[in-house]
Write a protein that binds this ligand. Structure first.
Ligand SMILES: NC(=O)c1ccc[n+]([C@@H]2O[C@H](COP(=O)([O-])OP(=O)(O)OC[C@H]3O[C@@H](n4cnc5c(N)ncnc54)[C@H](O)[C@@H]3O)[C@@H](O)[C@H]2O)c1
Length: 367
């Protein structure tokens, strides 16, 4: 049997076996205040793509730990998004509000350029498309740019669309139909991704319940969609009578406490790192709650910025993000066949693609 990428998964042998990052680069320019770390986890499928996080880490050690984790996660996300891109990420140590400047971003751009295309950068927490335009004055290997510079604009458009595709796949698996008509969906966090997801859901005929710590975010949804129910907070949402729980705020939404009261049959949302600790995926499976792995269903954003590398085409990018439906269904079926939770099945499928497609680079092409 083959999967959506045409890879065999019955007897596909060991994982890619990669325990260490290929390359980790410390970048410093004292005059501009640049202190950055670029981590390339894997280029098995192509240049590593991942955003630049600009964050006031407490120590270089904390920044290093974060960039090592984030770059590895990007390799898995990009592999399952069907991209010919590996996984990488960068962190700039500092307070973006205080430390960001043209010289700092351009110094950073020169380090990105110095890697010769092994790393493509983009936006992440603390960096914006406008910053990428400045980085791009020193490097060709930059995506996530402003529309004025041929960029794709706000990546939450396809992130929300992809989460919706993943949720349709989960509905297909649980209810036998991809439609969410008549299902009650609880969306935690109605920021850039969450509010767009609410629109997809209403269009499909779902009943929507939301919560957000920002009154402004709630008001925006209420003004546009008076029929949407609002509950006080995330705890109330998880206890509500909902069919689908969609975490679209911060990470760690699913821990031992919240899991106990959860009434939904499906968990599918845009937030990164939804499982608070290893083992939560098993508890979800034991309780008969279907978890659509976060990095699979929220890959629409990276699909959007990856498309920019070719010259952005929204129709092409949307078509690629539509495949999140098939990939999510495939993960559920591997989980069943191999007797593991969907989160583990997703990791296995990603590792197989990195290994089986990545090894083809060993075929000599001649000079
Ligand atoms: N934007 C993208 O393209 C993208 C891509 C992949 C993953 N993600 C992930 O999706 C999530 C949402 O991203 P976003 O771009 O919409 O961010 P955002 O900041 O626009 O929205 C997050 C919303 O969550 C709310 N929130 C924060 N804490 C909350 C809580 N405890 N309970 C309820 N609401 C709370 C915030 O007030 C905000 O409205 C993040 O985890 C992000 O990492 C985003």
């Amino acid at each position: 049997m083959t999967d959506v990428f045409g890879l065999s998964h019955k007897d596909s042998g060991p994982t890619n076996g990669q325990a260490r990052h290929e390359q980790v680069v410390f970048c410093s320019d004292d005059r501009s205040g640049l202190h950055a770390i670029i981590a390339v986890y894997s280029t098995a499928l192509g240049p590593g793509l991942g955003g630049t996080r600009f964050y006031p880490y407490e120590s270089e050690q904390a920044a290093l730990a974060d960039v090592l984790n984030l770059s590895r996660a990007m390799a898995y996300k990009n592999a399952l998004a069907g991209l010919d891109l590996g996984g990488a990420k960068a962190v700039i140590i500092g307070d973006p509000a205080r430390d960001k400047s043209e010289p700092l971003l351009r110094a950073y751009g020169r380090f990105v350029q110095s890697l010769g295309g092994r790393y493509y950068t983009a936006c992440d927490v603390g960096t914006y498309s406008e910053d990428m335009d400045i980085v791009a004055r020193e490097s060709r290997f930059v995506t996530g740019r402003t529309v004025a510079h041929g960029g794709a604009g706000d990546s939450s458009i396809l992130t929300a669309f992809g989460v919706f595709q993943g949720m349709r796949a989960a509905a297909q698996y649980v209810y036998g139909t991809p439609s969410l008509r008549g299902r009650r969906v609880g969306v935690e966090g109605v920021g850039k991704v969450g509010h767009r997801l609410v629109e997809h859901l209403l269009e499909d005929g779902a009943e929507v319940v939301v919560c957000d710590v920002s009154e402004q975010a709630v008001e925006r949804v209420r003004a546009l969609h008076p029929g949407v129910e609002v509950v006080a907070d995330a705890a109330a949402l998880k206890l509500a009578d909902i069919d689908v729980y969609s975490p679209c705020a911060l990470g760690g939404a699913l821990d031992d406490d919240t899991l106990a009261g959860l009434r939904a049959k499906i968990v599918c949302g845009g937030a990164n790192n939804q499982l608070a600790h290893p083992g939560v995926e098993k508890q979800l499976a034991e309780r008969g709650i279907l978890y659509a792995p976060d990095y699979v269903v929220n890959s629409g954003g990276v699909i959007q910025v990856a498309d920019e590398i070719e010259g952005f085409d929204m129709d092409r990018a949307r078509a690629k993000a539509t495949q999140i439906f098939d990939t999510t269904l495939k993960i559920f079926s591997i989980a069943d066949e191999e007797g593991v939770p969907p989160a583990a099945a997703a990791d296995r499928l990603a590792e197989r693609r990195m290994s089986e497609v990545g090894r083809l680079r060993g075929i000599w092409l001649g000079r």
